[in-house]
Design a binder for this molecule. Structure first.
Ligand SMILES: NC(=O)C1=CN([C@@H]2O[C@H](COP(=O)(O)OP(=O)(O)OC[C@H]3O[C@@H](n4cnc5c(N)ncnc54)[C@H](OP(=O)(O)O)[C@@H]3O)[C@@H](O)[C@H]2O)C=CC1
Ligand SMILES: CC(=O)C(=O)O
Ligand SMILES: [Mg+2]
Length: 624
């Protein structure tokens, strides 16, 4: 989101330009409304802007559309630029709902929301946060995947920063072009593994934009504190390289030392521009880079990898909740993962930690987890495929097998988790075997978007006599089996990263330990009500996700202070209240500079404030 630097009208703190509300410049600006003293909005300060006239409406951060009061319209010089009607934000929200529902194609709904974001930021975020069940599938998976695939066609205005390999040596200078000086959270991708859709290069921008929109909508992190970034090092996607509409660098991916040095420079530039504690969320990097960067940077930067750690947390939360249905403990579970990549290994590693916390010896925990990659079961003796990196911990001393159905029959897992981006690999036969071997089989089909899910919700229920405990990465509609309707939960890291982000940002945490993701998993699982489980969901409804995020943030905040990782002092006693006080306000704030209080407003005449025929009976105060 672009918002231009605002004029300072009133502030409680020092501005970057060195003036304050009580300082000379600000006073001068207040008494001379036409003075053009621009400076940037700093920190949490909302400087009631003195950007006047049409520019006030054109700035999405300042625009309120028809919700501007009569005084605001006159004071800001926008009177007459809009129709006579005054609307409340609630009325505007109703219109948004009507407008978005007029579209049948999800991509058109996405474009409508994107346009709203460009037009009226507060309205967009309030609309999103209050209609998350309907709108999350649009701004996030699955529709965001389509938006990335069509990015060259639908790109309109900058919502994030593109840093290309050609900018090497100057990344800091490019970052200075981002107009917000107080960014606290960055979500960055290099576009190599966008959902399960593969290498989309610079078109991957939709992902960090969508993720950070959820930071605000689900956790109340202020939008100006969030910065989506694509590091564009090219793409190996031949279709894109040949596509005349492709908007990224038209070259093969930079790899090896050059690539690593480029990412190093990016990390350093973030710190130079926004400070050491800036949260850097790695998103949808290719497998071979994701683990390397996490290991390399986790103790020197405030960073996490959402696909590895965020996904782990949401899946482990689902496993905790599943125990309430199966009546088993972790030591009774045998896990089989279809996929041995970022998501699967991340989940497996955190599951081991959860099992150890439940009293299972660590060797036993590893023994209980089996994994399958594209070449089959991870076994020590297999001749094909690799066992590098984190896979080796899960390789078993048994005969190699490559057929998933055979593996499921042999291992007899109680939990089957798909994170493979291989659509439909949980066949009816495999689901039936799970049901034959378990009274309540646990099946997670976590791959995104919907088209990549290992099975549909309907298939999962249908082929297990509706005994399955199911969740999926992308949403599925309710499933009717006999006279019972099941509402499968969405096992998606969106339950986790906004709350973790809020806690980390507010505490100024230096580094993010895995422990925070285990805490987040427990907080999320604690939120699951018996009624959710009764509905067939391992997760609370998306409509309560803001409360979930707050609980996670409180847990993360406690952990940050307990572990000495926080840098914001003094430590708040009432952490929830302290966090709540820092949240974004989705409602409009006054656009009237506080220092321009009546009767000092220079050009509004008394008769202007008396309702004329034009305004009917309305006084602007009455419609606030
Ligand atoms: N629900 C959620 O919150 C999240 C979901 N995901 C989804 O998970 C999927 C995977 O992402 P990620 O782990 O990052 O990707 P990776 O590329 O890191 O991992 C994919 C893994 O799947 C394996 N694989 C590929 N095809 C098959 C197959 N036919 N049978 C068994 N295994 C196979 C690959 O094998 P090999 O190692 O041999 O290449 C690899 O181990 C994506 O669709 C992504 O959208 C990711 C993050 C969060
Ligand atoms: C949800 C997510 O992060 C992914 O599918 O990559
Ligand atoms: Mg991701």
């Amino acid at each position: 989101m672009f918002s231009r630097p605002s004029l300072c009208g009133t502030v409680g703190k020092l501005c970057r330009c060195g003036t304050s509300a009580t300082g000379k410049t600000a006073v001068a600006a207040a008494t001379v409304p036409t003075a053009r003293h621009y400076h940037e909005v700093v920190g949490d300060i909302i400087c009631p802007s003195q950007v006047r006239g049409i520019d006030h409406i054109r700035d999405p951060r300042l625009n309120k559309g028809l919700a501007f009061t009569l005084e605001e319209r006159q004071t800001l010089g926008i009177h007459g630029l809009q129709p006579a009607r005054f609307k409340t934000q609630e009325e505007q929200l109703q219109l948004c709902k009507i407008a978005v529902n007029r579209y049948t194609e999800p991509l058109n709904k996405y474009l409508y929301l994107s346009d709203l974001y460009d037009r009226n930021e507060r309205l967009f975020f309030r609309f999103l946060s209050e209609n998350i069940e309907d709108l999350m599938p649009i701004v996030y998976t699955p529709t965001v995947g389509l938006a990335c695939q069509r990015f060259g066609l639908i790109y309109r205005r900058p919502h994030g920063l593109f840093i290309t390999y050609n900018d090497r040596g100057h990344i800091f200078d490019v970052m200075k072009n981002w107009p917000e000086p107080n960014v606290r959270a960055i979500c960055v991708t290099d576009g190599e593994r966008i959902l399960g859709l593969g290498d989309l290069g610079a078109c991957g921008m939709g992902i960090p934009v969508g993720k950070l929109a959820l930071y605000t909508a689900l956790a109340g992190i202020k939008p100006h504190q969030c910065l989506p970034i694509v590091v564009d090092v090219g793409t190996n996607n031949i279709d894109l390289l040949e596509d005349p509409l492709y908007v990224g660098l038209r070259q093969k991916r930079v790899v090896g030392r050059e690539y690593d040095e480029f990412i190093d420079e990016f990390m350093e530039a973030v710190v130079q521009r926004y400070g050491q504690n800036t949260l850097i969320q790695f998103e949808d990097f290719g497998n071979h880079n994701a683990f390397r960067f996490l290991d390399k940077y986790r103790n020197t930067y405030c960073t996490f990898n959402d696909d590895i750690q965020g996904t782990a947390s949401v899946a482990v939360a689902g496993l905790y909740a599943s125990k309430r249905i199966t009546g088993k403990s972790f030591k009774d579970y045998t896990f089989l993962f279809a996929g041995a990549g970022e998501a699967a290994i991340g989940i497996a590693d955190l599951t081991v930690k959860a099992m150890v916390q439940d009293g299972v010896p660590i060797e036993e925990a590893y023994n209980r987890i089996y994994m399958v990659d594209i070449d089959g079961l991870l076994t020590k003796s297999r001749k094909v495929g690799n066992l590098d990196g984190h896979k080796i911990h899960y390789a078993k001393d048994i005969n190699p097998m490559s057929d998933l159905a055979e593996i499921v029959s042999t291992i007899k897992p109680s939990v089957l988790i798909g994170a493979s981006a291989a659509a439909g690999i949980f066949t009816p036969e495999i689901l039936r075997t799970m049901a034959d071997n378990n009274e309540r089989p646990v099946v997670f089909a976590l791959s995104n978007p919907t088209s990549k899910a290992e099975c549909t919700a309907e298939d999962a229920y249908k082929h297990t006599d509706a005994r399955v405990i199911f969740s999926s990465g992308s949403p599925f509609p309710p499933v009717q089996i006999g006279d019972k309707t099941f509402y499968p939960g969405q096992g998606n890291n969106a339950y986790i990263f906004p709350g973790v982000g809020l806690g980390v940002i507010c505490t100024g945490t230096h580094h993010i330990p895995d422990e925070m993701f285990l805490i987040a998993a427990q907080e999320l699982a604690n939120f699951v009500e018996p009624s959710d489980i009764e509905r067939g969901s391992l997760y609370p409804p998306l409509s309560s996700i803001r409360n979930v995020s707050m609980n996670i943030a409180v847990g993360v905040t406690k952990c940050a202070y307990d572990r000495g990782l926080a840098s914001t002092y003094p430590e708040p006693q009432d952490k929830r209240k302290w966090l709540e006080n820092q949240l974004y306000n989705f409602n409009y704030e006054s656009s009237m500079p506080a220092s321009w209080v009546w009767p000092r407003m220079p050009y509004i005449k008394t008769r202007d404030l008396v309702p004329t025929k034009l305004y009917g009976k309305q006084k602007s105060e009455e419609v606030m």
